[in-house]
Ligand binder design. Structure first.
Ligand SMILES: Cc1ncc(C[n+]2csc(CCOP(=O)(O)OP(=O)(O)O)c2C)c(N)n1
Length: 319
């Protein structure tokens, strides 16, 4: 398979937009203009965008808490995401979830469970519904290595394999669950090993390599669409920044962190698109300017919006 030229450039563009957008959100948060609730996705963006590039635009997605690239990959407008982050009118969730619960069903963005692990069983339920309705959709659940230890993972994996649900379980293994290294939380060397216990394929890929991620997700989606059931994909990746904006990372050294930046997937992808002639250095500068203008416009839009009306809190509550 492999990634086609224009798709490769688009993956780079979206991953770079996510990186620059989150840098701006971090700046706004440090200035006290928006809440500091974002978990930076730096290091994960290429993985997230490349994975979704191998799905259909309407395939349902339940994302993890790390970063904004899932939404950017599916084309959720930046100003709507920023209004969610700032609890302003014009966001996607009406102030009911901030940055954790961006929702855009028309683009397949179904949201995120309020607690880690909820996504597994919700995702299996969505895949079950899609299977019964015969839509041909494949449901994608992203989660971290720490989250893989929640009980819901095991319930959902068993049920999905039993029913051959069209479900992709994509583990973004960055080696840390907040301050806990994966070696101190997880009984297996590769989380993908757990797939065998449920009778589904388990695949390990280098999450810093977009082709590896894209091909693994594409093959698993094809398998799921043809009725063969779920796949567990584990993508090994690096969390380049702290767990969240306020994390000073007393648990890992500055040297260890710096060495991760040396293999930043976004920098590697940039070199790759230039080497392949998909972007030249002046096009690179133009792209940076275009993304800055897009982010500036989203910030101006957010600033002009009123705060959400708290009396809307119960809208959508059934009982
Ligand atoms: C049930 C539950 N427990 C704890 C938390 C708090 N929490 C949020 S993120 C996180 C760490 C998750 O680690 P991992 O799944 O590896 O993802 P990563 O943050 O590394 O991307 C924790 C403990 C939560 N949101 N839900």
């Amino acid at each position: 398979m492999g990634i086609q030229g224009d798709v490769r450039l688009e993956i780079f563009r979206k991953a770079l937009l996510a990186r620059r957008f989150e840098e701006r959100v971090a700046h706004l948060a440090r200035a006290g203009e928006v809440p500091a609730a974002l978990h930076l996705g730096a290091g994960h963006e290429v993985l997230q965008v490349a994975a979704l590039a191998a799905t259909r635009p309407s395939d349902p997605v339940l994302y993890g808490h790390r970063g904004t690239a899932y939404w950017i990959a599916r084309g959720v407008p930046l100003e709507r995401i920023l209004c969610d982050i700032a609890y302003k009118d014009g966001g996607t969730n009406g102030g009911r979830g901030g940055v954790m619960h961006v929702i855009d069903p028309g683009r397949g963005i179904l949201g995120e469970s309020g607690t880690l692990g909820g996504n597994f069983v919700i995702g299996a339920g969505v895949a079950f519904a899609e299977q019964r309705l015969g839509t041909g959709s494949v449901t994608v659940v992203f989660f971290g290595d720490g989250t893989s230890n929640r009980g819901q993972f095991h319930e959902a994996a068993n049920f999905a394999a039993l029913r051959r649900l069209p479900l992709l379980l994509i583990c973004e293994n960055n080696g840390w669950g907040l301050s806990v290294p994966v070696s101190a939380s997880t009984s297996v060397a590769d989380i993908a090993d757990r797939a065998a216990g449920y009778g589904m394929p388990g695949v390990v890929v280098d999450g810093r390599e977009p082709d590896a991620v894209h091909d693994a997700v594409g093959a698993a989606a094809e398998r799921a669409r043809s009725g063969e059931g779920p796949t567990l994909i584990e993508a090994k990746v690096d969390r380049l920044e702290g767990h969240w904006l306020g994390d000073r990372e007393p648990y890992r050294s500055a040297d260890a962190r710096a060495s991760l930046h040396d293999r930043d997937p976004l920098v590697r992808l940039e070199a790759d698109v230039i080497r392949r002639g998909l972007l030249d250095p002046s096009g690179r500068d133009d792209l940076e300017k275009e993304l800055t203008a897009t982010i500036d416009a989203a910030v101006e839009h957010m600033r002009a919006q009123p705060a959400v009306d708290p009396t809307n809190a119960r809208t959508g509550v059934y009982a």
